[in-house]
Design a protein around this ligand. Structure first.
Ligand SMILES: [Zn+2]
Length: 253
Protein backbone atom coordinates (compact mmCIF):
# COMPACT_ATOMS: atom_id res chain seq x y z
CA UNK A 1 0.00 0.00 0.00
CA UNK A 2 1.23 3.47 -0.84
CA UNK A 3 0.51 6.71 1.00
CA UNK A 4 0.40 9.93 -0.98
CA UNK A 5 -0.51 13.43 0.19
CA UNK A 6 -1.68 16.62 -1.42
CA UNK A 7 0.46 19.60 -0.51
CA UNK A 8 0.71 23.23 -1.47
CA UNK A 9 3.36 25.89 -1.07
CA UNK A 10 4.46 29.21 -2.53
CA UNK A 11 6.74 28.81 -5.54
CA UNK A 12 10.26 29.86 -4.47
CA UNK A 13 10.79 31.50 -7.89
CA UNK A 14 7.62 33.49 -8.52
CA UNK A 15 5.51 33.17 -5.39
CA UNK A 16 2.50 31.60 -7.13
CA UNK A 17 0.73 28.86 -5.25
CA UNK A 18 1.85 25.35 -6.25
CA UNK A 19 -0.41 22.38 -5.59
CA UNK A 20 0.56 18.78 -6.08
CA UNK A 21 0.80 15.27 -4.79
CA UNK A 22 3.84 13.80 -3.10
CA UNK A 23 4.69 10.25 -2.11
CA UNK A 24 5.30 9.48 1.56
CA UNK A 25 5.24 5.69 1.58
CA UNK A 26 5.47 4.10 -1.84
CA UNK A 27 5.22 0.46 -2.77
CA UNK A 28 7.38 0.54 -5.87
CA UNK A 29 6.21 -2.78 -7.29
CA UNK A 30 2.64 -1.40 -7.36
CA UNK A 31 3.54 2.12 -8.46
CA UNK A 32 5.92 1.65 -11.38
CA UNK A 33 5.25 5.25 -12.38
CA UNK A 34 6.69 6.53 -9.12
CA UNK A 35 9.65 4.14 -9.31
CA UNK A 36 10.34 5.60 -12.75
CA UNK A 37 10.01 9.11 -11.33
CA UNK A 38 12.76 8.26 -8.86
CA UNK A 39 14.98 7.16 -11.76
CA UNK A 40 14.04 10.30 -13.71
CA UNK A 41 14.76 12.54 -10.69
CA UNK A 42 11.18 13.84 -10.73
CA UNK A 43 9.89 12.05 -7.62
CA UNK A 44 8.35 14.62 -5.25
CA UNK A 45 9.39 17.40 -7.62
CA UNK A 46 6.40 19.66 -8.29
CA UNK A 47 6.14 22.08 -11.21
CA UNK A 48 4.81 25.61 -10.89
CA UNK A 49 1.91 26.25 -13.29
CA UNK A 50 2.82 29.94 -13.43
CA UNK A 51 6.56 30.04 -14.11
CA UNK A 52 7.37 26.40 -14.87
CA UNK A 53 9.92 26.27 -12.06
CA UNK A 54 10.32 22.90 -10.41
CA UNK A 55 10.58 22.51 -6.66
CA UNK A 56 11.79 19.41 -4.91
CA UNK A 57 9.77 18.76 -1.77
CA UNK A 58 12.31 17.59 0.77
CA UNK A 59 10.95 15.13 3.27
CA UNK A 60 11.45 11.64 4.57
CA UNK A 61 9.96 8.85 2.47
CA UNK A 62 9.78 5.09 2.72
CA UNK A 63 10.02 3.03 -0.46
CA UNK A 64 9.27 -0.67 -0.47
CA UNK A 65 9.45 -3.27 -3.19
CA UNK A 66 7.87 -6.59 -2.33
CA UNK A 67 9.23 -8.23 -5.48
CA UNK A 68 12.82 -7.13 -5.00
CA UNK A 69 12.44 -7.31 -1.23
CA UNK A 70 13.73 -3.80 -0.68
CA UNK A 71 12.92 -1.58 2.29
CA UNK A 72 14.45 1.84 1.73
CA UNK A 73 13.95 4.86 3.96
CA UNK A 74 15.21 8.11 2.49
CA UNK A 75 15.93 11.10 4.68
CA UNK A 76 16.91 14.55 3.43
CA UNK A 77 20.56 14.84 2.39
CA UNK A 78 21.39 17.14 5.31
CA UNK A 79 20.30 14.42 7.77
CA UNK A 80 23.31 12.30 6.83
CA UNK A 81 25.15 13.76 9.82
CA UNK A 82 22.75 11.70 11.95
CA UNK A 83 23.25 8.48 10.02
CA UNK A 84 23.93 6.21 12.95
CA UNK A 85 20.77 6.97 14.92
CA UNK A 86 18.61 7.09 11.82
CA UNK A 87 20.01 3.80 10.51
CA UNK A 88 19.12 2.26 13.85
CA UNK A 89 15.62 3.67 13.61
CA UNK A 90 15.19 2.20 10.12
CA UNK A 91 16.33 -1.22 11.31
CA UNK A 92 13.85 -1.09 14.19
CA UNK A 93 11.07 0.13 11.91
CA UNK A 94 11.65 -2.79 9.58
CA UNK A 95 11.71 -5.20 12.47
CA UNK A 96 8.44 -3.81 13.83
CA UNK A 97 6.67 -3.96 10.48
CA UNK A 98 8.11 -7.09 8.92
CA UNK A 99 9.27 -9.29 11.74
CA UNK A 100 6.66 -8.64 14.41
CA UNK A 101 3.46 -7.25 12.92
CA UNK A 102 3.57 -8.88 9.49
CA UNK A 103 1.72 -11.97 8.30
CA UNK A 104 3.65 -15.23 8.55
CA UNK A 105 4.76 -15.41 4.92
CA UNK A 106 6.39 -12.00 5.21
CA UNK A 107 8.00 -12.76 8.54
CA UNK A 108 9.52 -15.85 7.02
CA UNK A 109 11.16 -13.89 4.22
CA UNK A 110 12.20 -10.88 6.31
CA UNK A 111 15.81 -12.04 6.57
CA UNK A 112 16.15 -11.96 2.79
CA UNK A 113 15.11 -8.30 2.48
CA UNK A 114 17.54 -5.50 1.80
CA UNK A 115 16.97 -2.88 4.49
CA UNK A 116 18.60 0.42 3.60
CA UNK A 117 18.74 4.03 4.68
CA UNK A 118 19.75 6.72 2.21
CA UNK A 119 20.20 10.48 2.42
CA UNK A 120 18.97 12.67 -0.40
CA UNK A 121 17.36 11.93 -3.76
CA UNK A 122 20.56 10.95 -5.54
CA UNK A 123 21.32 8.29 -2.92
CA UNK A 124 17.72 7.07 -3.25
CA UNK A 125 17.98 6.88 -7.03
CA UNK A 126 21.30 5.07 -6.81
CA UNK A 127 19.83 2.23 -4.72
CA UNK A 128 17.16 1.70 -7.38
CA UNK A 129 19.45 1.71 -10.39
CA UNK A 130 21.93 -0.60 -8.69
CA UNK A 131 19.02 -2.96 -8.09
CA UNK A 132 17.97 -2.61 -11.75
CA UNK A 133 21.49 -3.55 -12.82
CA UNK A 134 21.92 -6.38 -10.34
CA UNK A 135 24.91 -4.69 -8.72
CA UNK A 136 25.57 -5.35 -5.04
CA UNK A 137 25.75 -2.05 -3.19
CA UNK A 138 28.38 -3.38 -0.76
CA UNK A 139 30.70 -3.98 -3.72
CA UNK A 140 29.93 -0.58 -5.20
CA UNK A 141 30.62 1.24 -1.94
CA UNK A 142 34.02 -0.39 -1.62
CA UNK A 143 34.79 0.49 -5.24
CA UNK A 144 34.05 4.14 -4.40
CA UNK A 145 36.89 4.09 -1.90
CA UNK A 146 39.31 3.34 -4.72
CA UNK A 147 38.14 6.54 -6.43
CA UNK A 148 39.07 8.51 -3.32
CA UNK A 149 42.30 6.77 -2.36
CA UNK A 150 45.27 9.13 -2.56
CA UNK A 151 43.10 11.93 -3.93
CA UNK A 152 43.45 14.89 -1.60
CA UNK A 153 41.30 16.90 -4.01
CA UNK A 154 38.38 14.53 -3.36
CA UNK A 155 38.38 14.76 0.45
CA UNK A 156 34.83 15.00 1.76
CA UNK A 157 33.33 14.09 -1.61
CA UNK A 158 30.02 12.38 -2.12
CA UNK A 159 30.07 9.67 -4.77
CA UNK A 160 26.96 8.28 -6.45
CA UNK A 161 26.48 5.89 -9.31
CA UNK A 162 24.43 7.73 -11.91
CA UNK A 163 24.34 5.19 -14.71
CA UNK A 164 25.00 1.50 -15.21
CA UNK A 165 25.44 0.05 -18.67
CA UNK A 166 26.26 -3.51 -19.73
CA UNK A 167 29.98 -3.00 -19.41
CA UNK A 168 30.56 0.20 -17.46
CA UNK A 169 29.45 2.17 -14.43
CA UNK A 170 29.38 5.95 -14.20
CA UNK A 171 30.17 7.56 -10.85
CA UNK A 172 29.57 11.21 -10.02
CA UNK A 173 32.10 12.58 -7.57
CA UNK A 174 31.05 15.89 -5.97
CA UNK A 175 33.43 17.70 -3.67
CA UNK A 176 32.44 20.12 -0.91
CA UNK A 177 33.93 22.94 -3.01
CA UNK A 178 31.31 22.26 -5.68
CA UNK A 179 33.50 20.51 -8.22
CA UNK A 180 31.71 17.66 -10.00
CA UNK A 181 33.53 14.92 -11.92
CA UNK A 182 32.17 11.95 -13.80
CA UNK A 183 34.28 8.84 -13.54
CA UNK A 184 33.66 5.89 -15.80
CA UNK A 185 34.75 2.44 -14.61
CA UNK A 186 34.49 -0.88 -16.37
CA UNK A 187 31.87 -2.98 -14.68
CA UNK A 188 34.41 -5.75 -14.12
CA UNK A 189 36.69 -3.23 -12.40
CA UNK A 190 33.90 -2.33 -9.98
CA UNK A 191 33.19 -5.95 -9.19
CA UNK A 192 36.84 -6.87 -8.80
CA UNK A 193 38.09 -3.63 -7.26
CA UNK A 194 41.22 -4.30 -5.22
CA UNK A 195 40.87 -3.88 -1.48
CA UNK A 196 41.25 -0.14 -0.91
CA UNK A 197 44.36 0.97 0.94
CA UNK A 198 43.93 1.82 4.59
CA UNK A 199 43.95 5.49 5.39
CA UNK A 200 45.73 7.28 8.19
CA UNK A 201 46.52 4.15 10.13
CA UNK A 202 42.88 3.10 10.35
CA UNK A 203 41.94 -0.55 10.31
CA UNK A 204 41.38 -1.99 6.85
CA UNK A 205 38.12 -1.09 5.19
CA UNK A 206 35.89 -4.10 5.21
CA UNK A 207 32.61 -5.05 3.62
CA UNK A 208 31.66 -6.44 7.03
CA UNK A 209 31.49 -2.87 8.36
CA UNK A 210 28.79 -2.21 5.77
CA UNK A 211 26.61 -4.97 7.19
CA UNK A 212 26.32 -3.51 10.66
CA UNK A 213 23.21 -1.46 9.94
CA UNK A 214 21.11 -0.20 6.99
CA UNK A 215 23.57 2.59 6.10
CA UNK A 216 25.41 0.73 3.33
CA UNK A 217 27.59 3.64 2.28
CA UNK A 218 31.30 4.42 2.28
CA UNK A 219 30.34 7.70 3.93
CA UNK A 220 29.99 5.91 7.27
CA UNK A 221 33.81 5.87 7.42
CA UNK A 222 34.06 9.63 6.86
CA UNK A 223 31.04 11.31 8.42
CA UNK A 224 31.29 11.48 12.21
CA UNK A 225 27.76 10.71 13.39
CA UNK A 226 25.90 13.28 15.44
CA UNK A 227 23.12 12.21 17.76
CA UNK A 228 19.55 12.72 16.61
CA UNK A 229 16.13 11.93 17.92
CA UNK A 230 14.69 9.64 15.24
CA UNK A 231 11.19 10.76 16.24
CA UNK A 232 12.02 14.22 14.93
CA UNK A 233 12.41 12.62 11.51
CA UNK A 234 9.25 10.51 11.55
CA UNK A 235 7.40 9.93 8.32
CA UNK A 236 4.48 11.99 9.48
CA UNK A 237 6.77 14.79 10.64
CA UNK A 238 4.37 17.52 9.64
CA UNK A 239 5.48 19.73 12.47
CA UNK A 240 9.11 19.35 11.59
CA UNK A 241 10.70 22.58 10.39
CA UNK A 242 12.47 21.61 7.21
CA UNK A 243 15.99 22.77 6.59
CA UNK A 244 17.73 22.92 3.27
CA UNK A 245 15.54 25.45 1.53
CA UNK A 246 12.39 23.38 1.49
CA UNK A 247 9.30 25.51 0.97
CA UNK A 248 6.86 25.83 3.81
CA UNK A 249 4.34 23.12 3.08
CA UNK A 250 0.67 23.05 3.80
CA UNK A 251 -1.09 19.73 3.87
CA UNK A 252 -4.26 20.01 1.86
CA UNK A 253 -5.97 16.83 3.07
ZN1 LIG B 1 6.59 29.78 -10.04
Amino acid sequence: MSTLANVSFDCPSCGARVHGEIGLVVQLNKRRDLAQAVRDRTFNVLPCANCGGRTEVVRTVCLTDFERRLWLVVYPAWAEAHWRDLAGAVARGFQRNMEVAAPTFLREQAASWQVRVAFGPEAMREKLILGDAGLDDHVVELAKLTLLAGRVDRIGATVFVTEVADDHVVFRVSTPSGRVEEVDLARAAVRDAPPPPTAMGAAAWSATDLEVDPFVSFRRWFVVPRAADPLAFDLEGKAYAHAGGNPRLEWDD
